[in-house]
Ligand binder design. Structure first.
Ligand code: PLP
Length: 370
């Protein structure tokens, strides 16, 4: 009697040729169980505080198969070894811990306020010295690299949406003996792969586009430097800033649709940025030409606040990168940089119908202007 399993075609794939795949394929296909009979298509959720002794994991703080699946997928996308963390800030803290006592860090004057807050805290405790730079002034950034231990970059910056000349700055930093870290949260590896450009480490708030549904807090670091990866891994084991199993599973499920979400949200953002530029009450619009974050500068804080409280569809909320459109005036946060305009509203454009998004913005701004 024939065994049904023998009817599989001879070329049934059992290995995964990651290196040849394009990024929109990797988001779907990387980090899956092997193509073998009875394997699940998706890595299951494994809630486990401990494992049977004698293997590689042993204990839940040292590893979990659900994180490993996400790490394999993001590692394949960014081109390095990935370690996941409890949040983007946990990942950033672990990377900044690589800086020795009294060493210098160069960072953008406009960057995620949490990263700048952590640097300010480290500086206040005399752990590091920090030089904040205008990343649009490439010559100034290159000059600042001298004697730096780490050059910390975001491109585009949050929330100013400035771009860094990454190849030039990375080369200058390496010439000066500094490590380069790029926070790739806004661009995502679909648009930009900093390790390919020579950066030493990439960090992500997985909370944003990678997971994509505003229901997970998670972070990640990716590096092609095995020695640095081992150090970060050891620190993660010691600090315990690990992601939850459910979060890893949700993030991996979200990652599967990154390419289609990104394509739709970016198309919406490009359209809205063009229309906002001609809208009465909007003084300036910033959009780097890719991605789904747009900044619209209104004449003053009051008008911006009234706008963000007058919509029906857009949600007045912080964070970004979800399928739903959210917006907020950034200077409502005490900790936001004082050189960000008071009336700057950061819009995280989602995947809804662009006409509904536009109608809601226009109706709300008309109401806000009175
Ligand atoms: N990096 C960027 C660019 C961010 O926007 C954020 C959060 O907004 C973070 C890092 C921190 O990530 P998390 O909130 O997941 O800790």
């Amino acid at each position: 009697m024939s065994d049904l399993r023998d009817d599989r075609p001879a070329d049934d794939p059992t290995s995964t040729p990651h290196a040849a795949w394009r990024r929109s394929t990797l988001v779907v296909a990387a980090g899956r169980p092997p193509h073998e009979p009875d394997q699940p298509l998706n890595t299951p959720l494994t809630p486990a505080a401990t494992f049977v002794a004698g293997g590689e994991r042993e204990y839940g703080r040292y590893g979990n198969p659900t994180w490993t699946a996400f790490e394999d997928a993001l590692g394949a996308l960014e081109g390095g070894r990935c370690l996941t963390f409890a949040s983007g800030m946990a990942a950033i803290g672990c990377v900044l811990d690589l800086v020795g006592h009294g060493e210098r860090v160069v960072a953008p004057r406009h960057a995620y306020q949490g990263s700048l807050g952590m640097l300010a805290d480290l500086e206040a405790r005399e752990r590091v010295s920090v030089e904040l730079v205008d990343v649009t002034d490439t010559a100034a950034v290159v000059a600042a690299c001298e004697d730096a231990a780490i050059v910390w970059l975001e491109s585009p910056t949050n929330p100013a949406l400035e771009l860094v000349d990454l190849p030039v700055v990375i080369a200058a930093a390496h010439e000066a003996g500094a490590r380069v870290v790029v926070d790739n949260t806004f661009a995502t590896p679909l648009v930009q792969r900093p390790l390919e450009l020579g950066a030493d480490l990439v960090v992500h708030s997985v909370t944003k586009y990678l997971s994509g549904h505003s229901d997970v807090l998670m972070g990640a670091v990716v590096t092609a430097d095995e020695e640095v990866a081992d150090v970060l891994r050891l620190r993660r084991d010691l600090y315990g800033a690990i992601p939850g199993t459910l979060e890893s599973w949700l993030a991996l499920r979200g990652l599967r649709t990154l390419a289609v979400r990104h394509e739709r949200a970016q198309a919406n953002a490009i359209e809205l940025a063009a229309r906002l530029a001609d809208l009465d009450g909007v003084v300036e619009v910033r959009h780097p030409g890719f991605g789904a974050v747009v900044a619209a500068v209104l004449a003053d804080a009051d008008l911006a606040d009234r706008w963000t409280r007058s919509t029906q569809l857009w949600v007045h909320a912080t964070s970004l990168g979800g399928v739903e459109s959210t917006f907020e005036r950034r200077r409502r946060w005490r900790t936001e940089s004082p050189t960000i305009p008071e009336g700057l509203v950061r819009l995280s454009v989602g995947i809804e119908d662009v006409e509904d998004l536009w109608d809601d913005l226009v109706t709300a701004l008309t109401a806000a202007r009175g």
